[in-house]
Write a protein that binds this ligand. Structure first.
Ligand SMILES: Nc1ncnc2c1ncn2[C@@H]1O[C@H](COP(=O)(O)OP(=O)(O)OP(=O)(O)O)[C@@H](O)[C@H]1O
Length: 303
């Protein structure tokens, strides 16, 4: 396996009467966190399971570093996956769980201690899994995935059920893995979280690709929706000046005006020229939530 790039091409999965994944193609680059986004039932889990050879595609293929997962000689040394809230034998300690998995994969025993420390679970090493909180279980799942020191990490909704501190830890940890040159593919429907975590986005709906690219580009593709929020005691005068510049002005509901069609410097200049006093002038970019809803509009229904 070479560079850890994931290439999904024409991936398709049909169940009896559902096209869970429909001719889906995208790439995931090493050294970056890629957010795999889609509404419920979009086909994210099915796609990840096909990449990991847990579901057989109806058509198409996925490769990791140029090879199909099934062809990887020692998959755990190449790809770590956390597909659902980690499960382990309830009576086993976190450390023992890791030792058992390490032994099964032919990995050195001390690797269990290393990955436990990596995810901050050393203090809970000797505690039984059944006493672990959801956050601790997620950390143990990641520790298990890291046992083989894989170049590629694939995680399905890792932030699910985590408290804010846990989400923050997860974010920092995944970013640090990408900074080490690893490929990190994370599925989520938590759009605001992806905005903070991901470098690249792959957005799907109804099994099909909606868009992919760097977060800024995906956001930028919606920049037509950028609006300027302006507050002035001379609303009528400003509205008149801006209307003459082909701008659209609507009330913001809280006493502010929302201006589209011109940028903030244009609004400021127009106000200055007309002698209109401004109390606020802000550019409001659409957040990812908005972009996402716009992009997946009409396809977001639960299937
Ligand atoms: N084994 C299966 N048999 C039949 N239909 C399935 C099967 N697995 C998934 N599906 C259907 O395929 C579609 C995609 O499901 P999938 O779980 O991949 O979506 P998802 O994006 O991961 O959704 P969520 O965010 O809700 O987990 C859904 O309509 C689902 O009901």
């Amino acid at each position: 396996m070479s560079d850890g790039q994931i290439v999904v091409s024409g991936l398709t999965k049909h169940y009896r009467n559902v096209r869970a994944v429909d001719n889906l193609s995208f790439t995931v680059e090493p050294g970056r966190v890629t957010g795999f986004l889609g509404p419920n039932g979009a086909g994210k889990t099915t796609t990840l399971r096909m990449i990991l050879n847990l579901v057989t595609p109806t058509a198409g293929a996925a490769t990791i570093g140029g090879q199909r997962y099934a062809d990887l000689a020692e998959p755990l040394r190449h790809v770590g996956a956390v597909l659902e809230a980690s499960s382990a034998h309830k009576g086993r300690t976190g450390l023992n769980h890791l030792r058992v998995v390490a032994a099964g994969a032919g990995l050195p025993r001390q690797r269990a201690d290393e990955v436990l420390a990596m995810v901050g679970l050393t203090p809970a090493a000797k505690r039984k899994f059944k006493g672990y909180s959801l956050g601790m279980r997620q950390r143990l799942g990641i520790a298990t995935a890291m046992l083989g020191d894989p170049k590629v990490l694939i995680l399905d909704e890792p932030a699910n059920g985590l408290d804010p501190e846990g989400i923050r830890w997860m974010r920092d940890f995944l970013k640090s893995l990408a900074a080490q040159g690893r490929t990190v593919l994370v599925s989520s429907h938590l759009l605001s979280e992806m905005q903070l975590l991901a470098d690249d986005l792959v957005i799907i709906a109804a099994g099909q690709l909606i868009t992919q690219g760097p977060v800024d580009e995906v956001m930028g593709s919606m920049s037509g929706n950028t609006q300027v929020r302006v507050r002035t005691p001379q609303a009528e005068a400003l509205t008149g000046v801006l209307a003459a510049q082909q701008a659209t002005v609507t009330p913001g509901g809280d006493g502010a005006l929302l201006v589209t069609g011109v940028d903030a410097p244009t609004v400021g200049r127009a106000a200055l020229t007309a002698g209109v006093e401004l109390h606020e002038l802000t550019t409001e970019r659409p957040d990812l939530e908005r972009v996402f809803l716009d992009l997946t509009a009409g396809k977001a229904g639960i299937r």
